[in-house]
Every structure is written in structure tokens, then in C-alpha cells.
Design a protein around this ligand. Structure first.
Ligand code: ATP
Ligand code: MG
Ligand code: FE
Length: 344
């Protein structure tokens, strides 16, 4: 079936179209530039931008796929988690389209979609996989038996998400928002071993309770203290070295725990998703460690890691394939939808 996916949970208005695991169109409009001067997403601004971008993005995606709405078999839309006002714009648009064109509508989970998108690149998951989801608002390790219906949360961050830590540390280092790509760029000229930043929740005392959990707020504070110490001593902060060392600490812990989860659960494939999956150091660590452990590694290309509509369409296609029932007409936004609720 041909599935249209609509994403509007944060600042990206995304429309994707897939046929099974084949990507037919992938168009994203971002309101990021409007938020940069505030140093973070302003929900009202994001909602209005979605409203303006919805029809142009949809029109462009249909044109790219060389399809009309009459050729769309189902619509999938992000129903959570995310900003309520932003989600509501995508939901309203999706409902109107579904009603007007008499196609089934599926409200799906944004986080599961970050994982499902890899299928557009590397084919269907044909066995149980472990997924590392590292994004702006979440950092989780998942056991995925069926991406459309059976996702288990093994562990998650107990404070900041990985992407959030990148964004906060970038601000400390005087780099623009969103910080992830800037830290990645600046770190290329730095020494990742120059500052020994802490690896949260990796001590032996954390084995029991926090084995699969993450913590990045202590790391963020350690970077702040380091910067302060340098400034008090009248030294110039070595931004590239600090960025590289911080990035190394985040990516070391994320990949070590994800690979360990594969080993403990006897799973042969690791899938990485979410905006932070675009990080070069994370990809490097994952490649090294999966090769060492004899694991298959699946990471989507950069443009599919950050928010987009193709990921929603990819998950929608799996949901349709399972024959799961469409969402009710009363489908609403759920800003805190847990990853284990794949379909609303
Ligand atoms: P969530 O998916 O949890 O709801 P979100 O949708 O806002 O949050 P994503 O779009 O998945 O998050 O990812 C955005 C985050 O990814 C930002 O925090 C950004 O800094 C980070 N990011 C993007 N590119 C990189 C990179 N190359 N290195 C590190 N972080 C990155
Ligand atoms: Mg975004
Ligand atoms: Fe996201």
C-alpha cells in the first residue's frame, strides 16, 4: 500500500510517502531559523509555522512522488510525543485529508517512527532488534520484537536527553542552537581525550538499577565547571577540545550500553535512530563496537535521522501491513505518549 506520513511534533513539518519500504517522497520544512534567536523552540511560533507549511509541503511531496491524493491508500500522522499545539496542526490536517479522500487514518508514535525509518534504507527488520533512540527529547534503549506492535523499554535517561545535553553544552561553549551539529563540526578539530569528562551511570554500583539507563546532566555540569575554571584562571577555553571530549563521553556511554543490551538479550542487530544518530562520533563508536561484537549495525542516512514525514510513513506502512485497526475519529494529541504505545 501507498502510505502518506505527516510529522509535526516539534519544529519540522514533514511529509513522506512510501510504498512498503520503498521511499517515494520526503519533504521537510523547518521553522528552526525562527527559533534560533530564542535559543530554543517557541511552541506558538512552531504551531503557526506548521499551519503555513502544511499544504506546500504536502503538495511538493505528492509532486515528487508523481501521485495524487486519490492514489494514497492510508495516512499516518504523529499523534505524540511532542508539543501539543504543534501535533494538533498535523492531526487536523491529516484528519481533513483522510475524511475528504476516504482513506484510513493511523495515529502513530514519533519515537517508534525514528526507529522504523531505518527500514526504508536497509529493508524490513526480519528478527528481534535492539534500538538505541537518541534524540532531542529522549534517550532510550528498546527491545523491538515488532516495530508496529511490540516494543519494550529497557532503559532511558533519568535526566537530560542526549540531544538536550548537546544543545545545552553548545550554549555553554557559545555555539548556536541547535547545538548537536555545531558540536559535531567543531569537535572534528579537537582532541576527544583532552578532558576526562564523567561517564554517567556506568559505575559498578549502577549495574542493578541503572544498567540500561542514561544520565547526562552531571556531564553538562562538569563541562560548565571546566569552562568556569578555565575562565577564572584567565585561560582561553579550548572549544574544539571541550566539544570533542564532551561528545566522546556521550557517544561512548550510548553505544557501550546499547551493544551490551544486544549481548545480554542475545540480539544480533542494533538499530540507531533519532537526531543524535546523525553524530559522527556516535556512528564511529557504533561501527567499532558492533564490528568487535559481531553485530549487524543499522543507522539511517543523516537526512532521515532528524524529524521527517518519511519515518511516520514507514511506521504507518508496517501498521497497515499488520492489518491493525485505524485510529478513531476522536484521535487526539498526546504530548507524553510512551514509546510502547506504537499506534494511538
Ligand atoms: P524527540 O524525537 O525526542 O521528540 P526531537 O524530535 O526534537 O525530539 P530530533 O529531531 O530527533 O529531536 O533530534 C534533534 C536533536 O538532535 C537536537 O537536540 C540536535 O542538537 C541533535 N542533533 C542533530 N544533529 C546532531 C549531530 N550531528 N550530533 C549530535 N546531535 C545532533
Ligand atoms: Mg527538530
Ligand atoms: Fe524526533
Amino acid at each position: 500500500p501507498v502510505v502518506l506520513g505527516i510529522e509535526s511534533s516539534c519544529d519540522e513539518t514533514g511529509v513522506g510517502i512510501v510504498r512498503g519500504t520503498e521511499l517515494l517522497a520526503h519533504v521537510v520544512a523547518s521553522s528552526m531559523e525562527e527559533h534560533v534567536r530564542y535559543g530554543g523552540i517557541v511552541p506558538e511560533v512552531a504551531s503557526r509555522a506548521h499551519l503555513e507549511a502544511f499544504v506546500p509541503t504536502l503538495t511538493e511531496a505528492l509532486a515528487d512522488a508523481d501521485l495524487t491524493m486519490a492514489e494514497i491508500d492510508a495516512i499516518a500522522v504523529t499523534s505524540g510525543p511532542g508539543l501539543t499545539g504543534a501535533l494538533l496542526v498535523g492531526l487536523a490536517g491529516a484528519k481533513a485529508l483522510a475524511l475528504a479522500h476516504d482513506v484510513p487514518l493511523y495515529g502513530v508514535n514519533h519515537l517508534a517512527a525514528h526507529v522504523a525509518v531505518d527500514q526504508l534504507e536497509h529493508g524490513r527488520f526480519d528478527r528481534r532488534v535492539v534500538a538505541l533512540l537518541a534524540s532531542g527529547g529522549h534517550s532510550e534503549i528498546l527491545l523491538v520484537d515488532d516495530i508496529a506492535s511490540d516494543v519494550t523499554l529497557l532503559g532511558q535517561t533519568i535526566d537530560d536527553a542526549a540531544g538536550e545535553a548537546f544543545d545545552k553544552v553548545a550554549r555553554l561553549l557559545g555555539l548556536p542552537y541547535p547545538g548537536g551539529p555545531h558540536i559535531d563540526r567543531v569537535a572534528a578539530d579537537g582532541d576527544p581525550r583532552s578532558v576526562p569528562f564523567p561517564r554517567g551511570l556506568t559505575a559498578s554500583r549502577d549495574q542493578e538499577k541503572h544498567r540500561w539507563n542514561f544520565s547526562f546532566s552531571g556531564l553538562k555540569s562538569a563541562v560548565a565547571r571546566h569552562v568556569q575554571r578555565e575562565q577564572l584562571a584567565g585561560r582561553e577555553v579550548a572549544v574544539a577540545d571541550v566539544a570533542a571530549s564532551f561528545q566522546d563521553a556521550v557517544c561512548d556511554v550510548l553505544t557501550a550500553k546499547a551493544v551490551e543490551a544486544c549481548r545480554v538479550h542475545d540480539v544480533g542487530t542494533l538499530v540507531i535512530g533519532g537526531g543524535v544518530a546523525a553524530n559522527s562520533r556516535l556512528r564511529w563508536y557504533a561501527e567499532q563496537r558492533c564490528a568487535e561484537a559481531g553485530l549487524e549495525l543499522r543507522v539511517p542516512r543523516l537526512g532521515l535521522c532528524t524529524d521527517n514525514g518519511a519515518m511516520v510513513a514507514a511506521l504507518g506502512a508496517e501498521v497497515v501491513r499488520r492489518g491493525l485497526p485505524p485510529s478513531a475519529a476522536t484521535l487526539g494529541a498526546d504530548s507524553g505518549l510512551p514509546v510502547t504505545s506504537v499506534v494511538a
